[in-house]
Design a protein around this ligand. Structure first.
Ligand SMILES: Nc1ncnc2c1ncn2[C@@H]1O[C@H](COP(=O)(O)OP(=O)(O)OP(=O)(O)O)[C@@H](O)[C@H]1O
Ligand code: SF4
Ligand SMILES: [Mg+2]
Length: 394
């Protein structure tokens, strides 16, 4: 439910009401509506769900994950934040899919929804499905899975490297303890000694020079790069089929960044898996990804192969992103920035979310949110400019 503040039509001379301020009545209405919706959703989560209820079929068996019209909302005191607002894209088996977009566009919330780690009860998946190709001909809809069954998938089939390694590692436990815990949880009949041996092997695999020493260290005793390597080692300890890496190199300097990306590439080849790589660094995407998904304000606005997105960007936002990246040997006074701001996630407009920042608007842009236009078998864009072109070509 959206709570839009109305402008007051006050007589001339009277002070206009602050439209950003919520009255006590409005705050109570929001809280009441949030509580009702959260109760419904939490009740649904607690209901008994059998495997048959969340078993599904993949649209294409060559995909490991298919996001289909996913909606994840946060029920905040100021209203409902539609952090993910109808996201659909696929992650093919063996491919790296880069997800780009500016801060707050819903990249992390999409990946957290895939892991079912959205912070409840405020954050909830309210619609859509996330189909996961479990193997052996089975596919599950993660959005419908009970939390207890998520353990079959989390860690073992999908591993996540979080945005900030310092906050994802527990500061009061040694690295070894945290790594062994993961191995013990996901390996049946594993002894403590076997778990330790596996953890040390993983630390060695991710290029840590003295794995036995690091095994006995606390997170604060390691550098940022080492912590990120430990996170990767933890993620790999169960041979996952999909690695979700949320800005794995943001907190690192460029040389360590390059090493971590090389490592990620090597490991992907070793486990013969897929990677969902979230970043706002287009350079990283160009180097690593096979496919690119561009998000804006909780929606996918363009997706295609890396060549399509870099050589032929179509959406005015993607074009703006390309312009704003620095290019060696191109002399500029200052880097291009896309004017304007992302709309308020609580009061999203009914029309294209990029309209207020777009310098190529056409008449239709004030109408409904644009549907996807398929410009090639792999390239699609949500923008009226291309709908008109494809229509006129037909
Ligand atoms: N726990 C939360 N409570 C309320 N709103 C949240 C919460 N987590 C995320 N959001 C909102 O969801 C939206 C998407 O956030 P998200 O973390 O996915 O952005 P992001 O694309 O990963 O950005 P960044 O590049 O900065 O990491 C934002 O508007 C954010 O304010
Ligand atoms: S639909 Fe219109 S407003 Fe939106 S990006 Fe395309 S041209 Fe710009
Ligand atoms: Mg994020």
């Amino acid at each position: 439910m959206l709570f839009k503040k109305k402008e007051n039509n006050l007589p001339a001379g009277e002070k206009k009401k602050n439209v950003h301020y919520l009255t006590g009545k409005e705050t109570r209405e929001i809280a009441k509506s949030n509580n009702r919706r959260i109760r419904e959703l939490e009740k649904k989560k607690r209901m008994h769900v059998s495997e048959a209820d969340y078993t599904t079929t993949m649209r294409d068996d060559n995909n490991i994950v298919e996001f289909d019209d996913l909606h994840t909302h946060f029920f905040t005191d100021a209203g409902v934040v539609k952090a993910v607002d109808g996201v659909s894209f696929d992650i093919p088996k063996g491919a790296t899919v880069g997800v780009v977009g500016e801060s707050g566009c819903g990249k992390s919330v999409t990946s957290l929804s895939l892991m079912r780690l959205v912070q409840g009860p405020m954050g909830q998946i309210v619609g859509g499905s996330i189909r996961f190709n479990f193997g052996d001909g089975k596919a599950y809809d993660i959005a419908k899975m009970p939390m207890s069954d998520m353990r079959k998938i989390r860690g073992e089939k999908i591993a996540m490297i979080f945005q900030e390694p310092m906050t994802s590692l527990n500061p009061v436990f040694k690295i070894g303890y945290q790594m062994d815990e993961m191995v013990l949880l996901h390996t049946p009949n594993c002894t403590k000694d076997q778990a330790k041996a596996r953890s040390i092997e993983m630390l060695q695999l991710v290029g840590i020079a003295a794995p036995e020493r690091v095994y006995g260290c606390y997170p604060h005793e390691l550098s940022g790069g080492m912590r990120q390597r430990v996170m990767i080692a933890i993620a790999l300890s169960c041979n996952p089929k999909l690695i979700v890496a949320d800005e794995p190199t943001t907190a690192l300097d460029v040389t360590i960044q390059a090493q971590i990306l090389d490592l990620l590439r090597e490991i992907k080849a070793k486990i013969d898996g897929s990677v969902m790589l979230i970043t706002h660094d287009l350079g990283v995407i160009a180097e690593m990804a096979d496919y690119v998904v561009v998000m804006y304000a909780g929606r996918v606005i363009e997706c295609g192969t890396t060549e399509e997105i870099f050589d032929n960007p179509l959406h005015p936002y993607t074009i703006g992103l390309q312009h704003s990246k620095p290019v060696v040997n191109r002399k500029v006074d200052r880097l291009y920035n896309i004017p304007g701001q992302v709309p308020n996630p609580i009061n999203m407009p009914d029309f294209c979310y990029f309209k207020d920042r777009c310098d190529r608007c056409v008449g239709k842009c004030s109408g409904e949110y644009p549907a996807f236009v398929q410009v090639s078998p792999t390239h699609k864009v949500a923008c009226y400019l291309y709908e008109e072109k494809t229509n006129s070509e037909e």
